[in-house]
Design a protein around this ligand. Structure first.
Ligand code: NDP
Length: 452
């Protein structure tokens, strides 16, 4: 039995109540098996066992007052998973589903993703079970202040630099950063995703979605294809989905779907720039629901209680490219089978871990190209890294400069993943390649530090 099998078995025992973390560890470590033979030093020094144990986990009470002067209590988390190659870096998620398993899985994946970007960033993640939906701006503000009242003592521009994630966008980052600045009396790059007026980077809001589409273009190019005329299905209607749609349209694709946690919209005529502006206003300004889309565009169909993938499965829709941009475990085996039937060319992950392990096996067996999240959606954290550099240098790059750096980073990630896959006996497998390429740099740094 390999040491990796032992470590997976141990995690399944000691973290038995953390299904998402177990899933992520199983996926990553299984694909690292080819490294055991080539690097006996990793086995001897127990790097595999060390890397699944976070440096530390901070859990805290967040108490705040709602608009009715009722006291509300939430739980806050920050998992500082691994800082072997740089300060902890990773988003904050505000969603009722947030628990220890979810922040650990996200923090673990973040280690390898950040390493892949080639920038010096360690892995971390955090958040709270707070639900921003239906809350007033002032309630979100009071919650964000209360959250930062504890978090501030654990983070810093050279220690840990959080960013946004589900439920944490420009509004929340403004409140979090404003409060940090107030209590520390420091204007410093401690959060990324900041507004342009106070230290943010151009292209940061677009970065994850654009990066997913740049990565898709790289994948298609290996088969002599591009996005022009391709039918693209996107899930989600948040930050990642919106900018994935924007870039896909710019590159000539026809995007036919959008969704939120209540249901999915299929617009077979295609979402154009005007319809996308409507979606952005609906979700970002009005904070409305996607079910309203057909009232503006009556030819489109809304499916209450279904995901985009359910509709593709049930209606037998024909799509070429699948871009899941909502949440974890949204694509199951039956969806993947429907993709195979529909002759989907590629699934490229904008969200973190949107495909279950069973679905990934089906992509592989049916020849669907697969762009795993940690490579495909690394554009967001890459531009966060660029935001940190600009903050340190106290200057701002132009839109074109940041966009071209982003594009170059996505190309490098694709190339490094393909090269690692080939070098470790899994040619063309971007999942194996991304995990190995991300892991090697972190593992070598951990070795260099000795037994700590
Ligand atoms: P947002 O909060 O902006 O949008 C999330 C979208 O997904 C919303 O449309 C939301 O619907 C939907 N959604 C959330 N939870 C569920 C659920 N349980 N079932 C169905 N739909 C759901 O988040 P982001 O766009 O920032 O994040 C989306 C994904 O991308 C996440 O997996 C995140 O970790 C990942 N990601 C984000 C990065 C970033 O830079 N923002 C970077 C890398 C990865 P509703 O409006 O109903 O809540």
């Amino acid at each position: 039995m390999s040491q990796i099998d032992d470590v997976i078995a141990k995690v399944k025992t000691v973290d038995k109540n953390q299904p998402e973390f177990i899933e992520a560890v199983t996926e990553v470590l299984t694909s690292l098996k080819p490294t055991e033979e080539k690097h006996p030093e990793f086995v001897k020094e127990k790097i595999y066992e060390r890397i699944v144990e976070p440096d530390r986990i901070i859990m805290f009470r967040v108490v705040w007052e709602d608009d009715n002067h009722e006291v509300q209590v939430n739980r806050g988390y920050r998992v500082q998973f691994n800082n072997a190659i740089g300060p902890y870096k990773g988003g904050l998620r505000f969603h009722p589903s947030v628990n220890l398993s979810i922040v650990k899985f996200l923090g673990f994946e973040q280690i390898f993703k950040n390493s892949l970007t080639t920038l010096p960033m360690g892995g971390g993640k955090g958040g709270s079970d707070f639900n921003p939906k239906g809350k007033s701006d002032r309630e979100v503000m009071r919650f964000s202040y209360a959250f930062m009242r504890e978090l501030f003592r654990h983070i810093g521009p050279d220690t840990d630099v959080p960013a946004g994630d589900i439920g944490v966008g420009a509004r929340e980052i403004g409140f979090l950063y404003g409060y940090y600045k107030k209590i520390k009396n420091e204007h410093t790059g401690v959060l990324t995703g900041k507004g342009l007026e106070y230290g943010g980077s151009l292209i940061r809001p677009e970065a994850t979605g654009y990066g997913v589409v740049y990565f898709t273009s790289e994948m298609l190019a290996t088969k002599g294809m591009d996005l022009k005329g391709k039918v693209v299905a996107v899930s989600g209607a948040g930050n990642v989905a919106q900018y994935a749609i924007e870039k896909a349209i710019q590159l000539g694709a026809k995007v036919i779907s959008v969704s939120d946690s209540n249901g999915a919209v299929i617009d077979e005529e295609g979402i154009d720039a005007k319809k996308l502006a409507y979606i952005m206003n609906l979700k970002n300004v009005k904070r409305g629901r996607i079910r309203e889309y057909p009232t503006e565009y009556p030819h489109a169909k809304y499916y209450e209680g279904k995901s985009v993938w359910d509709v593709i499965r049930d209606e037998g829709l024909k799509v070429d490219i699948v871009l899941p941009c909502a949440t974890q475990n949204e694509i199951h085996a039956d969806h993947a089978e429907a993709f195979a039937k529909s002759k989907v060319i590629a699934v490229v992950e904008g969200a973190n871990m949107p495909s279950t392990l069973d679905a990934i096996h089906i992509y592989k067996d049916s020849g669907i190209m697969f762009g795993p999240a940690k490579a495909a959606n690394a554009g967001g954290v890459a531009v966060s890294g660029l935001e940190m550099s600009q903050n340190s240098m106290r200057l701002s790059w132009t839109r074109e400069e940041v966009d071209s750096k982003l594009r170059e980073i996505m190309q490098k990630i694709h190339k490094a993943s393909l090269e690692a896959a080939a070098a470790y006996g899994a040619p063309g497998d971007l999942l194996v390649g991304a995990n190995i390429a991300g892991f090697l740099k972190v593992a070598k740094a951990m070795l260099a530090y000795g037994v700590i």
